[in-house]
Write a new protein. Structure first.
Length: 82
């Protein structure tokens, strides 16, 4: 059985803004809070429909995606130097 996505994005809901599945909470505020130096607990207090597990999964997904993009970028740079 395929793993259910933790992020939902529908043109009919929140104008296509990525949200935590099962909520109307956009994902971006999680990143905004953390980048501003606010603790995860504060984000969770302000958005009680988002679980700690959901937030951590989104952060892990972002970390994995960033690593993938960085690896592809390094490969592209190396390839262009050959």
């Amino acid at each position: 059985m395929p793993e259910k996505s933790i992020i939902d994005r529908s043109p009919n809901g929140m104008s296509g803004t990525p949200v935590f599945r099962g909520t109307r909470v956009p994902v971006q505020p999680l990143f905004d809070y953390l980048e501003a130096g606010d603790p995860l607990a504060e984000f969770l207090d302000d958005f009680p429909t988002v679980t700690r597990e959901q937030a951590l999964e989104v952060l892990e997904l972002r970390n994995t995606t960033n690593k993938f993009v960085a690896t592809k970028l390094r490969w592209h740079i190396l390839k262009s130097k050959i």
